[in-house]
Design a protein around this ligand. Structure first.
Ligand SMILES: C[S@@+](CC[C@H](N)C(=O)[O-])C[C@H]1O[C@@H](n2cnc3c(N)ncnc32)[C@H](O)[C@@H]1O
Length: 234
């Protein structure tokens, strides 16, 4: 299941074009967080994507659009700034290696200011479409189009031929990994105020997991480590 999440979109034309793209590339769900434009007017720009727009889910809060996802992918034109863990990104063609989860969300930011750091922190991976370093900022709907095309293209070729093969990993396992990483991070938070260690570890695990068996072994390891620390502090 593929969901596109638009966070506080400002332009009717962009929302309409994106609904059309969702139809072009077989997106299952469109979620819109606190829209800043008129969605009825956006229908004018959506062509055959109008049904997707009319069935889109409008929510007030960012968390309402992402809480049930197994993999949350944020996007930004600002990436890989030196010393900024949050902004370490992967390319759209690297992203396709991690799409073996059940519920995947692609999250796009406001035309004016993109996604906040807090919003990116709540996601699992950050994707950046490389462009002219002097001006890599794409129009929102163009960025959506490039990422959806990359996913569509990867689905046309068999998984075995498209790079690393990752066996399916259950959403329960991914959620447990995140739960214990967050719990461990809470124990050391003072020395890691930006959450760099949590982000680096979470993203490395998600990028590297081969299959469910590996995922469960990591859950066991994180849980045992967490329990041991908790009991040793009693
Ligand atoms: C006009 S941009 C906002 C610019 C903002 N400075 C930012 O954080 O990217 C609107 C949205 O389009 C997407 N976008 C634009 N250029 C992108 C790029 N080069 N790579 C990935 N996403 C991009 C992102 O979702 C971004 O939040």
């Amino acid at each position: 299941m593929l969901r596109v999440v638009l966070v506080e979109p400002e332009g009717e034309y962009n929302v309409g074009f994106i609904a059309r793209l969702c139809k072009n590339f077989g997106v299952d769900e469109l979620y819109i967080v606190n829209p800043k434009c008129d969605l009825k007017k956006a229908v004018e720009f959506s062509a055959k994507g109008s049904s997707i727009l009319l069935n889109s889910k409008v929510v007030d809060k960012f968390t309402d659009a992402i809480y049930d996802l197994d993999l949350k992918i944020s996007t930004s034109s600002i990436a890989d700034s030196k010393g900024d863990m949050l902004r370490k990104s992967i390319s759209p063609w690297e992203m396709i290696n991690y799409l073996d989860k059940n519920k995947i969300g692609l999250i796009f930011g406001r035309e004016s200011v993109g996604l906040t750091r807090e919003e990116i922190f709540m996601t699992d991976l950050l994707v950046h479409i490389p462009g002219n370093p002097d001006y890599p900022v794409l129009n929102l709907s163009h960025a959506v189009g490039i990422i959806l095309y990359e996913i569509w293209r990867s689905r046309l070729t068999s998984k075995e031929n498209s790079g690393i093969y990752h066996g399916a990993i259950s959403s329960d396992t991914l959620k447990l990994i995140d739960k214990y990483l967050l719990a461990l991070h809470d124990l050391v938070r003072k020395s890691d105020s930006d959450g760099d260690m949590y982000l680096a570890l979470k993203r490395s695990i998600i990028r590297g997991l081969k299959d469910e068996e590996e995922g469960r072994a990591i859950v066991r390891f994180l849980r045992k480590t967490y329990m041991k620390i908790i009991h040793s502090n009693e």
